[in-house]
Design a protein around this ligand. Structure first.
Ligand code: MGD
Ligand code: MGD
Ligand code: SF4
Ligand code: MO
Length: 707
């Protein structure tokens, strides 16, 4: 049999690296970085190699399953769609449409058919109870973009390849490979800043892999970034460093910001954050005086109690220093598909309606995932009785996972579109497994919109679709159609996602229609399997802005109330029962909750331990390597602790996504791993008050020796 080379994206993280996969018949011979990919230029990380484990994994389920007692029975797709549709129609007729909820997890954004076809199922269900990983992750970015620029996806990205100063709050791209910033080969890109005479600075409670390489790292007490950011903004006004450049005429509300930040002095910032006044002032001045600068913040500042305020303040810092929409600053990418401009659908909306139990606001038609358990467990009209999970594992990923376990166990119906029987799907009545990632085509609809360099790339499947298998989008079409038929409502299935992408490419900014020389279409991308280079980021914000008055809105009521809440909190005394602060951690060989079943990744030292500063351990009489009990308001876990001066004193780090020993999980390698789920400690009542985005970082905890 002859060998064949396939070029495609690794879909496992936001870096979307190009890979070259050599196959011989049904066998994978090798997986390497694609040197000709214009975005990733040959870079890959160890996870790409594990695509082979994922493809071959005998635990990955390949036929629809129905629970019968404690057993899983293989059933046909027709039977699955028919039975599920019957039960949904019956339940919704009796209890109303909102009795059914949907949780869409992270891999949906890595699989374009889920993005295009999710709406077929949602339309059939017509429920208000939609949830997703967005509110465990990045809601503050979208709320900021909507308020300031009028569209939730108008998210500026750091122009890392041209900046002279990058200021990073709470992100560890060396381990995560970047997020809300598609940046393959980030290490080389960060080092290039230094090589061209620039610098990068990291603010993080842990001396992370990224902080290790930085020109400067400052430890910060978790959850206090907003004090530092507001003090930096205050200093810009006080020292006459505000220079809004070309955007001066376009800004609405600039004069109000100076008064708003007036109470946030450097001394308040030092007292709250642990970073000295001198260091904060020096970083702010260097940022303002740099030839170009980009401030970027991720999980550490998005998924904490002031996530939205932090994302707002980060953009204000970029704007006040003339770095928004400027080369080397932050720029909204010009993607070939989903190019945001007036008229692009789904600009977003916040707080049009509120969740039933805790009255948290919807965003873009979704409630924060933190209220999913209470919507199932609290009786009354509109109580959630059935759940669809699409590529999500909330039991390990959302706060207070034990409460979700309890909630899922009492649902009348649960359906999971997923490839494993894991901590979440073990509760399902039906599991519907799609094809594996190498068995379907791919266009990076989500991440090409967030990339640090404009490119477009389409991937053909590496292997043919196995007989009898369905793609995620075909399952969504099938379910949507069956449910609509039973409910007797009009709903049409959608054509395959490649057709939809072709239409979008041919009406996008690089099309023949738009007069662009690239003349992009699906056929052009198919003829260029390594991807097409569309050039560096291009400032063009004001021609695309989506606010009604075409201005950039610097202030919103939610920002003002968050600023007041932050100021009031400074005089509150800390909770003594849980004096330590819990944060997360990512490792390059692990990915969220579902990649621990691949021997190529889990080999080597364990990566799930808790890290603490030696002084915190000494104060509690705990030795390195000992088992400790970590407790929070909602629960406790026991884990081995490692002593590490990477940690700021007072801070405890535990990665999420571990703890696969729960009964019924069918992942033979993962369930033999150690580790516990940190989300048995994180608190569903601890969230960003303005949006309901979970605060998974900065959770109050205490640690003691396990007995
Ligand atoms: N404490 C703490 N918690 C966190 C975080 C943290 O930093 N700290 N991070 C949060 C973040 S940023 C995120 S995005 C969430 C992620 O949390 P989730 O949204 O729950 O996503 P995953 O954990 O990635 O789970 C993915 C699920 O999709 C399935 N799957 C994988 N590929 C496919 C596919 O192609 N099709 C289908 N149908 N299913 C597939 C897997 O088997 C698994 O069940 O976790 C959040 N939770
Ligand atoms: N290898 C790997 N890559 C991944 C993932 C993975 O699980 N593994 N997950 C993917 C996903 S879904 C996402 S969203 C991205 C996330 O991408 P990143 O945000 O880059 O990843 P994290 O490791 O969560 O980085 C958060 C950093 O914030 C710090 N931090 C915690 N609390 C605070 C705080 O209060 N203030 C400040 N300033 N810092 C704080 C942490 O110490 C950590 O270094 O990664 C993606 N890539
Ligand atoms: S950094 Fe690793 S996991 Fe992420 S896309 Fe590249 S190869 Fe895949
Ligand atoms: Mo995420």
């Amino acid at each position: 049999m002859s060998q064949q080379a396939h070029y495609r994206a690794c879909h496992l993280c936001e870096a979307i690296c190009g890979v070259e996969i050599i196959t011989e018949g049904p066998q994978i011979i090798s997986i390497k970085g694609d040197l000709k990919d214009p975005l990733s230029r040959g870079h890959i990380c160890p996870k790409a190699i594990a695509l082979q484990d994922l493809h071959e994994d005998p635990d990955r389920i390949r036929t629809p399953k129905k629970r019968v007692g404690d057993e899983w029975q293989d059933i046909s797709w027709t039977q699955a769609f028919e039975e599920i549709a019957e039960r949904v129609a019956h339940l919704q007729l009796e209890k109303g449409n909102n009795a059914v909820a949907v949780y869409a997890g992270n891999p949906n954004v890595h699989n374009y058919g889920n993005l295009t076809h999710g709406r077929v199922l949602r339309k059939a269900l017509a429920t208000r109870n939609n949830f997703s990983a967005t509110s465990l992750d990045q809601l503050p970015h979208h709320v900021m973009a909507l308020q300031m620029f009028g569209h939730q996806f108008m998210v500026p990205v750091a122009d890392i390849d041209r900046t002279q100063f990058m200021l990073i709050f709470g992100a560890n791209p060396i381990a995560s490979n970047g997020s809300m910033m598609t940046v393959p080969d980030v290490k080389k890109r960060l080092k290039s800043i230094q090589q061209r005479g620039g610098e990068f600075v990291v603010i993080d409670p842990r001396r992370s892999e990224t902080a290790e390489l930085a020109d400067q790292h400052a430890f910060i007490k978790p959850g206090t970034d907003a004090y530092v950011l507001l003090a930096m903004i205050r200093l810009l006004f006080e020292e006459g460093l505000v220079d809004t450049g070309n955007l001066t005429q376009e800004l609405e509300g600039l004069h109000l910001i100076e008064a708003l930040v007036a109470p946030f002095t450097l001394s308040l910032a030092e007292a709250q954050s642990g970073i000295s006044e001198a260091v904060i002032a020096d970083i702010a001045r260097r940022f303002a005086n740099a030839d170009s600068a980009a401030c970027y913040g991720r999980m550490g500042v998005s998924v904490q109690a002031y996530g939205t305020l932090c994302q707002w303040a980060i953009q204000i810092l970029n704007i006040l220093t003339g770095n928004l929409d400027a080369e080397g600053g932050v720029i909204v990418p010009n993607s070939a598909v989903g190019y945001v401009q007036p008229g692009e659908p789904s600009p977003g909306h916040l707080g049009r309606f509120h969740s039933r139990v805790s009255q948290l606001p919807e965003f873009g038609g979704e409630f924060p995932s933190t209220v999913l358990a209470e919507e199932i467990l609290t009786t009354g009209e509109d109580q959630v009785k059935a759940l669809f999970t699409l590529a999500g594992n909330p039991v390990l990923s959302a706060p207070n996972g034990r409460r979700l376990d309890e909630a899922f166990a009492q649902l009348d119906l649960m359906v999971s579109i997923d490839i494993y029987i894991n901590e979440t799907t073990r509760h399902a009545d039906y599991i519907l497994p799609p094809t594996g990632p190498l068995e379907h085509d791919h266009y990076d609809y989500a991440f090409l919109r967030l990339a640090v360099h404009n490119t477009a790339r389409f991937n053909e499947p590496v292997f043919p679709k196995p007989e009898g298998a369905l793609h995620d989008w075909e399952i969504l079409n099938g379910l949507g159609n069956a449910i609509s038929t039973k409910k007797n409502i009009r709903n049409s299935t959608l054509p395959p996602p490649d057709m939809l992408m072709d239409m979008a490419l041919q009406s996008g900014p690089y099309s023949k229609k738009a007069g662009h020389p690239a003349e992009l279409s699906l056929a052009v991308l198919k003829a260029n399997p390594h991807g097409v280079d569309l050039g560096p980021l291009q400032p063009a914000l004001m021609s695309r802005i989506c606010t009604q008055d075409k201005k950039i809105h610097l202030l919103a009521p939610l920002v003002e109330s968050e600023v007041s809440r932050l100021f009031a909190q400074a005089s509150e005394s800390a909770v003594q029962r849980f004096p330590l602060s819990l944060i997360g951690r990512r490792h390059v060989r692990s990915n969220n909750s579902w990649m621990h079943n691949y021997h190529r990744l889990v080999k080597g030292k364990p990566r799930w331990q808790c890290l603490m500063h030696p002084d915190d351990l000494a104060a509690r009489g705990i030795d390195c390597g000992q088992k400790v009990k970590i407790s929070s308001r909602v629960g406790e876990i026991e884990l081995e602790v490692q002593s590490s001066d990477e940690m700021m004193p007072g801070v405890v780090s535990v990665p999420h996504g571990w703890g696969h020993q729960r009964k019924g999980v069918v992942m033979s390698i993962a369930s033999k791993q150690g580790g516990q789920s940190v989300n048995d400690l994180t608190d569903d009542e601890y969230y960003d008050q303005s949006t309901g985005n979970s605060a998974l970082n900065g959770v109050p905890v205490e640690v003691s020796a396990a007995v």
